[in-house]
Design a protein around this ligand. Structure first.
Ligand code: GDP
Ligand code: MG
Length: 597
């Protein structure tokens, strides 16, 4: 295709502002797929994504649009993931296109993810076209939101498009604006092949499907290519585009976006941002800035039923085929038996993987406390990474510890500002900035990641009744007074509950933990001490008193069916229990004990 007739773009938006609905409309308007084939929310393919309203895997679609000049343009839309956990992949895939539609819900205005995503687009030198969506709603305030975009983001919004992705209003204008306002790609068809790996995913029929943007040269079916980051070579057996159905074509040239398959078995071998070239007469200059994404949150996943360890291994192996950013290794715990220590890009990523294992593979899991990666500086000058509090070395050899910090941006209506400041302060935050964007405050905090990984987002939502939006980025490591807190139930250490905490918070945290556990652990026939300790020193203690009688005694009169039901219920409950010495702890206690309020 003639470069002048290609436009490549992405859509950036805060969650629920209408990115998927708009993408569907753009496809529908250009009749790329017949109406009857339009599934609701075509671009969100996985169930979990749909349920949670997030897009995890980038998808792409090629549409043909006959513009006002009567010429047909090829528009390539790539759908980037919208969540902070995938920030690195978003920033890479943004580099595959020249422009972005900035979708803002005109009844809501700019939110934290709007900011984070649009800054990524600006970093990638995108031309940005603001789109005010949901103008069909009575609560729509396009003028206010236009002004807000100019004030907060600092881009010209006077030509913002007025759109309803629901009714279809403004859709043709949006397509025309893509043609008129976004630049055509540039590239040299005669130069050695240089293609950027934008995304990849596993397909059970075709193996790994690799989404590429051709920068220079041409890619043909049958070519032998090299992935420059790991120097692997492959025979390209298919090339094509998504309309959205996969459609094979013979060749991709500069500026084009499409897929290749090459009998690649694992997504791990295909890293977002990598450069693909020909095996022979290839380029020697890879695209700059490639780095594989690093897991930042680790936790242990153990099967509730230890007989299912091999099943769990199988599930994890399969999921890992399709997710290069998820790492794992076998872990054995005195209390939980065999499981896996897994690394994730963030909390949402963790939840998605855990849900998929439970749902798709039907394995009940115990998830241990999520932990960030600490840097342990030893007395002898060496540094090691700590992924698991249980592996904390003997303190006599440790000089100091460092923890990862984030810069968090929170947008919140004025009414809730006080609660948000208190929450951030309670989590050891340092305020960096506080400004106003209309009736809302924008607060920026420097926070320890470990105070955020567990339930910060849930707390933020609850104290602001859902009105705050949040986004973060990693800013580096800093030294602090961190200690390992252990938990003992009936004098047995439960390693799955040990965690790293700040020394000043240890006592409060320990007390909250033992009080919580006292509620969560059912009574036994004997008395159970529950303790939190640092090193050998107990910092909090509760005692769960012994049960007096059999529970079924409560069923006065001896109603046989009720008694049977109760016993069945107890039996079902047992399945979700773990045995620690003589004590049974419900699976749910592990996660609930860590929720602090
Ligand atoms: P995403 O999270 O940005 O992909 O948002 P979705 O496309 O999933 O849309 C979020 C919700 O807003 C859905 O319930 C849509 O039906 C609704 N929605 C999207 N665009 C419009 C619009 O223009 N008008 C109205 N009234 N609702 C819309
Ligand atoms: Mg969506």
């Amino acid at each position: 295709t003639d470069l002048a007739r290609i436009r490549n773009f992405s859509i950036v938006a805060h969650i629920d502002h209408g990115k998927s609905t708009l993408a569907d409309r753009l496809i529908q308007e250009t009749n790329t797929v017949a109406l009857r084939d339009m599934k609701e929310q075509m671009l969100d393919s996985m169930d979990i994504e749909r349920e949670r309203g997030i897009t995890i895997k980038a998808n792409t679609v090629r549409i043909d649009f006959i513009a006002a000049d009567g010429l047909t343009y090829v528009l390539n839309l790539i759908d980037t993931p919208g969540h902070v956990d995938f920030a690195y992949e978003v920033s890479r895939s943004m580099r595959a296109v020249e422009g972005s539609l900035l979708v803002v819900d005109s009844t809501q205005g700019v939110e934290a993810q709007t900011l984070a995503n649009v800054y990524q687009a600006i970093d990638a030198d995108h031309e940005i076209v603001p789109v005010l969506n949901k103008i069909d709603l009575p609560a729509s305030e396009p003028d206010r939101v236009r002004e807000q975009i100019e004030d907060v983001i600092g881009i010209d919004a006077s030509d913002a498009l007025l759109v309803s992705a629901k009714t279809g209003q403004g859709i043709r204008e949006t397509l025309q604006a893509v043609v008129d306002r976004l630049p055509a790609p540039r590239g040299d068809i005669d130069a050695p092949l240089k293609a950027m790996l934008v995304d990849s995913w596993y397909d059970s029929y075709l193996g790994v499907i690799v989404l590429v943007r051709i920068i220079d040269g041409r890619l043909k079916k049958g070519d032998r290519v090299r992935f420059m980051s790991n120097n692997t070579t492959h025979h390209v057996d298919r090339i094509g585009v998504f309309r959205p159905p996969m459609t094979e074509i013979d060749e991709l040239g500069p500026g084009e976006i499409g897929f290749l398959t090459a009998s690649i078995k694992q997504v791990r071998d295909t890293r977002v941002g990598d450069t693909i070239t020909h095996e022979k007469r290839g380029t020697d200059k890879a695209l700059p800035g490639f780095k594989p994404s690093q897991p930042v949150v680790f936790c242990g996943l153990f099967p509730v039923d230890s007989a299912l360890f091999e099943d769990l291994r199988d599930a994890i192996d399969k999921l890992a085929l399709n997710d290069a950013s998820f790492s794992f290794e076998v872990e054995s715990s005195a209390a939980l038996g065999f499981g896996f220590r897994c690394g994730f890009l963030g909390l949402l990523h963790l939840e998605v993987i855990r849900d998929r294992i439970e749902r798709e593979y039907d394995i009940d899991l115990i998830t241990t406390a999520p932990s960030v990666v600490y840097h342990i500086h030893m007395r002898d000058g060496t540094m090691t990474e700590l992924h698991n509090p249980a592996d904390m070395p003997d303190l006599t050899h440790v000089d100091h510890l460092e923890e990862p910090r984030i810069k968090a941006t929170i947008l919140v209506p004025d009414d809730y500002l006080g609660d948000v400041l208190k929450l951030c302060q309670d989590r050891r935050g340092i305020q960096m900035d506080l400004t106003y964007a209309g009736p809302r405050a924008m607060v920026v905090y420097d926070l320890p990641l470990n105070e955020v990984v567990f339930d910060f987002y849930d707390r933020l939502k609850s104290v602001t009744k859902g009105y705050a939006s949040f986004d973060y980025q990693m800013i580096g490591y800093r030294e602090d007074a961190l200690v390992k807190m252990s938990v003992l139930v009936n004098d047995e250490p439960v390693d799955a509950l040990s965690m790293m905490v700040h020394r000043d918070r240890a006592e409060a945290r320990g007390r909250a933990m033992v009080e919580k556990l006292k509620e969560l652990i059912p009574r036994h026939m004997f008395k159970i001490p529950i303790q939190a300790a640092i090193g050998g020193k107990v910092i909090a203690r509760e005692t769960l008193s012994a049960m007096r009688k059999d529970v079924t005694a409560k069923c006065y009169g001896g109603d046989a069916t009720r008694k049977k039901k109760l016993l069945e219920k107890q039996k079902a409950g047992k399945k979700k229990m773990r045995q620690f010495g003589k004590v049974e702890i419900p699976q749910s206690a592990f996660i609930n004990a860590l929720k602090m309020d």
